[in-house]
Design a binder for this molecule. Structure first.
Ligand code: NAD
Length: 470
């Protein structure tokens, strides 16, 4: 999808959205308690508890209607909200910000909450997927509104209310979307504060939500710091944590398809997706054809000296390892190239450079469209290096190969939550591959690609006796 919106069109969309909101939360997300926006974590959680009670009264029909409201509003506002989030966060690509909102309709809803039943000589048994109550949700700056919309659909379909502590870098977008959802939910269903949000999110408001007796479960979508903090909180946490997805390309793969798939996934939203291709291991026999195809398909190569300069801009040494400086995260390839002292064409979709397997661009989750390529002797070396780069996050991995034994070997060794064979990483979320969409992939705690059932408790109901069913 290419909308070709220039800078002035984006600004005009943002002005339009702000105008319509009449200087409300989007312009300055101050603490306020209307349309679900609250000054602190404890009050927001308590209000969500009341929202939950109202949803329970509305039954399954109310859940369906909320899901419908969130899907249809997200899709119909995709252009405006995508532009707004792009303007606020200044990371990623505008057309992909919009695209991520347009596909929110693919997130599964109430249809996933069918009970399991057994019947037999001893009676009947029903196992239901019951709600937890209020879920505390933490969202990343990389996809503020998409994660919020996707979480609401899953969580409300399962019968829950939500209280969000969004990333401060995307809070205006979060407040705008959540206020709009709540206004429409109240207008159509009379339910208030089903979706609550802290207007000025801080570590303290995160802590208050974790400690609140009104919150049953936390759902974390973010990097290692917040996952660690949630795990220590003592509250059950469903953690969609960081990734650093490796790609293996071997000599049996079609080099052109591998190159074009890797660019499609790794360049999407300037590689902000946690599932995006972050480093490539290519076997010696495949390397030169593959790198030629990368260039043919729209990636441009950085020289060793340009790579050194960019590495100095992107990483700093910390505790014997590297820390990522955020300034270049999610920026266009042309911006990265300028920082590297290099020139690339305005059409370049991605940069690549040859590195060794220990390079910071390989071992750190860089979240930018500069993907390192490591040439390895053979497939065995590729798997060992890919496993090391993945860092046991158990997140995502990709292989381009026609050798099924190798696919199985990589799947076994890396044991990731998502494993894509012969496609772009985005195929793993149902975009050009089979399956459903979610922006929260529960890697660290193992629930997998989240769906409504992720946010339920199983409860069993049994009636004893031969009920003469057969
Ligand atoms: P981040 O970790 O900087 O922030 C995520 C959220 O956690 C924000 O709301 C932030 O305010 C909060 N936070 C950060 N440190 C915290 C702490 N110590 N205590 C309490 N709250 C804290 O991440 P980001 O830059 O916004 O997003 C990118 C990261 O998220 C990447 O690591 C990416 O892989 C990961 N991510 C994972 C998934 C997934 O589904 N697994 C999806 C999107 C992003």
């Amino acid at each position: 999808m290419n909308l070709n919106l220039d800078e002035e069109s984006i600004r005009s969309i943002v002005r339009d959205v702000l105008g319509k909101m009449n200087g409300s939360a989007a312009a300055a997300p101050r603490a306020r308690s209307e349309n679900g926006i609250f000054p602190d974590g404890a009050t927001a959680a308590a209000a969500a508890r009341e929202g939950y009670a109202q949803l329970c009264k509305g039954g399954i029909a109310a859940r369906r209607e909320v899901v419908d409201i969130v899907k249809s509003m997200t899709v119909s506002n995709a252009k405006q909200w995508g532009a707004f989030e792009y303007e606020e966060t200044k990371i990623g690509r505008l057309e992909d910000k919009i695209g991520k909102l347009e596909i929110v309709k693919l997130v599964p809803g109430v249809e996933w909450i069918a009970p399991d039943a057994y019947s037999g000589d001893n009676g009947i048994m029903l196992e239901e997927y019951a709600p937890y109550g209020v879920i505390g949700a933490i969202t990343p700056v990389t996809h503020s509104i998409p994660t919020i919309a996707g979480n609401i659909i899953n969580m409300v379909a399962a019968g829950n209310a939500v209280v969000f502590n969004p990333h401060p870098g995307g809070v205006k977008s979060a407040v705008m979307a959540i206020s709009a959802f709540n206004a429409e939910i109240e207008r159509r269903l009379g339910i208030r504060n089903l979706i609550c949000c802290v207007g000025n999110p801080t570590l303290e408001s995160f802590d208050a939500i974790c400690k609140s007796g009104d919150v049953a479960v936390m759902c974390i979508t973010g990097g290692p710091g917040v996952v660690k903090a949630a795990m220590k909180s003592g509250k059950k946490s469903i953690c969609a944590g960081p990734g650093n997805p490796p790609v293996i390309v071997d000599e049996t793969a079609d080099p052109r398809k591998a190159a074009s798939d890797i660019i499609a996934g790794g360049a999407f939203d300037n590689n902000l997706l946690c599932i995006g291709e972050k480093e490539i291991f290519v076997t010696e026999r495949a390397a030169s054809n593959f790198m030629r195809e990368l260039e043919n398909c729209g990636a441009e190569r950085l020289s060793p000296s340009a790579l050194d300069r960019l590495t100095g801009e992107v990483f700093e040494s910390k505790n014997g390892g590297y820390a990522l400086r955020r300034a270049l995260v999610g920026k266009d390839p042309q911006v990265l190239a300028r920082a590297a002292g290099a020139n690339v064409s305005a059409k370049a979709k991605m940069l690549f450079a040859e590195t060794d397997a220990e390079h910071p661009f390989v071992v750190e989750e860089q979240m930018m469209p500069m993907v390192p390529v490591v040439v390895v002797k053979n497939f065995e070396e590729a798997v060992a290096a890919a496993a090391k780069a993945e860092r046991n996050y158990r997140h995502s991995a990709i292989i381009h190969s026609l050798d099924v034994t190798r696919m199985t070997e990589m799947a076994r060794v890396l044991n990731t939550t998502l494993f894509v064979k012969n496609g772009p990483s985005t195929a793993g979320l149902g975009l050009g591959g089979e399956g459903y969409l979610s922006y929260s992939i529960a890697t660290a705690t193992g629930e997998g690609i989240s769906n409504p059932k992720t946010f339920t408790r199983r409860r069993r109901c049994v009636m004893v006796g031969n009920l003469n069913i057969f």
